[in-house]
Each structure stands twice: as structure tokens, then as C-alpha cells.
Design a protein around this ligand. Structure first.
Ligand code: DGL
Length: 274
């Protein structure tokens, strides 16, 4: 007898550990769901790689989750969401595939009454124009300024979430998009899984009156809606979380502990080979 699809886990994929912010938001909103998380830590960062490479890696990693049996794929990586959605939907047509760009864009538009929006993301996400398009689809008259913040990823991985170096990097990246003789953005989208960890330093540079949004909670809402639409929601109960990575359980555990704010031991992490 085959298990009902509703009882299968949700597969969540990121280039590394940052997508755990999305996992956390899904676990909070949908506590009955079993979650299978895969971080492609052997190949992180995706954010400096070409669109073709990002799409190839994303399809391989998602394929591993699909082989394990998942009822839905959540692409909790902005760079992979920016470049790989068409390839992922073509490769796995039988299950819903949810990315984080549209939810992040929706959160930004909702928080920007005048449509003045700044996007902070990886080089590859900025180059894709995916946020720009998703925001303009929702609000054609939005004024969007984008900034690649490459060094933020390494800082977050290192656990550098505050202090002089982080503030200096935040100033260097963010000051150029604040003014230009034009009105300041009302909202900055943290369009990379790692940036919410640096939110305090980013907010300090952006100043009062500039809201920060990320896609974690709006992505969880999109997951809930897709589960309901497909009649895929798990029966009432307490879901489980299983972590997988493609390299170094100890590094995954250490960085995951920073991201989740609770201990993740190396023994909690299964290493897989794609
Ligand atoms: N997960 C990536 C993203 O959200 C950040 C880390 C990376 O560059 O791989 O864009």
C-alpha cells in the first residue's frame, strides 16, 4: 500500500544553511509537517556562480529530495529561485515547487506604500533581475534599486553578525542605494538567505523609516496555500525535521546553530552525495 501523499515530507533545499530561516518559518506555521532539509554545502556559494551552474546544481539537489519521496519542493535559496525555477518545474512536474522570490517581492510591495524598494541580494540574484521583475509584476510603478552584497554571505557563515567589520560592509553596500538625490527606499528586501542574520547592522545603516523584509514568513504562507490547493496538508500531529548536507556535518551543525539560535549537533546531520 503506498502512503498518502499528504503524509510525505516537504523537501526544502538551499545552497547551504541559510534556508533554515525558511524551514523555521514553515515549522512555526505548519507544525504537523515533516520537513526534509538539504543544504548543498559542498558547493556553496551559489551566489557568485553562473545561471547555468546554479540551475544544474539546484536540479541535482532537488532530485535527491524527490528520490527520497517529498510531496512538495521549497527552494529556500534566492539565487536558485532566481535562476532555476523553470528547470525545476520541468524536471519535477508532479509536485508543487515553491521559490522565495515571489513571496519576498510580495512582502516588499506590501510594506512600501509609495513603491520605493531596495533589494539586497547575491551578485547572481541581482544579475538575474528576478526581484525587479517580481516586484514590477505586482506594482509596475515601483522604483527598485538593487545592490549585490557578496561579503555578507561569508560574514554570516562566520557568525559575524555585528561589530565594526559588519557595519563597515553594510555602510559600503547600502549607503549608495539610500539617496542618489532621490527619495530613500521605504523598504529593503533581504533577498538572500544569509542577510536576516545581519539585520541589526543593516537596519542601523538604513536608519529609521526604512523597513526590512525577508521572504521566510511569506514563503511559509505560500507553502500553506499550495498544500491546501493540492489537498496535501499533513494530518494533525507533531512533524519531524531531518537535516542533510553535502559536506561537513560539524560545519553545518556550527553554522545551523547560529542561524536557528538553538543547538544542532553534527550527529543531527546526514551527509549525502549528489
Ligand atoms: N542561499 C543563497 C541565496 O539565498 C546565499 C548563499 C549562496 O551564495 O549560496 O541567495
Amino acid at each position: 500500500m503506498t502512503a498518502s501523499p499528504a503524509r510525505l515530507p516537504i523537501g526544502i533545499f538551499d545552497s547551504g544553511v541559510g534556508g533554515l530561516s525558511v524551514l523555521d518559518a514553515i515549522a512555526d506555521r505548519l507544525p504537523a509537517e515533516n520537513l526534509l532539509y538539504l543544504g548543498d554545502t559542498a558547493r556553496l556559494p551559489y551566489g557568485t556562480k553562473s545561471p547555468e551552474t546554479v540551475a544544474r546544481y539546484a536540479v541535482q539537489a532537488a532530485g535527491h529530495l524527490v528520490e527520497r519521496g517529498v510531496k512538495m519542493l521549497v527552494i529556500a535559496c534566492n539565487t536558485a529561485s532566481a535562476h532555476a525555477m523553470p528547470a525545476l518545474r520541468a524536471a519535477f512536474p508532479a509536485i508543487p515547487v515553491i521559490g522565495v522570490i515571489e513571496p519576498g517581492a510580495a512582502a516588499a510591495v506590501a510594506a512600501a506604500p509609495r513603491g520605493l524598494i531596495g533589494v539586497l541580494a547575491t551578485e547572481s540574484t541581482v544579475g538575474s533581475g528576478a526581484y525587479l521583475k517580481a516586484i514590477k509584476d505586482l506594482r509596475p510603478d515601483a522604483e527598485v534599486r538593487q545592490q549585490a552584497c557578496t561579503v555578507f554571505v561569508a560574514m554570516a557563515e562566520e557568525g559575524w553578525t555585528e561589530g565594526e567589520a559588519v557595519e563597515a560592509a553594510a555602510r559600503r553596500y547600502i549607503e549608495p542605494i539610500l539617496n542618489h538625490g532621490r527619495p530613500r527606499p521605504e523598504v529593503l528586501v533581504l533577498g538572500c538567505t544569509h542577510f536576516p542574520l545581519l539585520a541589526q547592522a543593516i537596519a542601523a545603516v538604513a536608519g529609521p523609516g526604512v523597513a526590512l523584509v525577508d521572504s521566510a514568513s511569506t514563503a511559509a504562507e505560500a507553502v500553506e496555500a499550495a498544500l491546501a490547493a493540492g489537498d496535501l496538508a499533513a494530518p494533525v500531529g507533531r512533524g519531524t525535521v531531518h537535516f542533510m548536507a553535502t559536506d561537513s556535518a560539524s560545519r553545518f551543525g556550527r553554522v545551523a546553530t547560529i542561524f536557528l539560535g538553538r543547538p544542532v549537533a553534527p550527529s543531527d546531520v546526514e551527509i549525502v552525495d549528489l
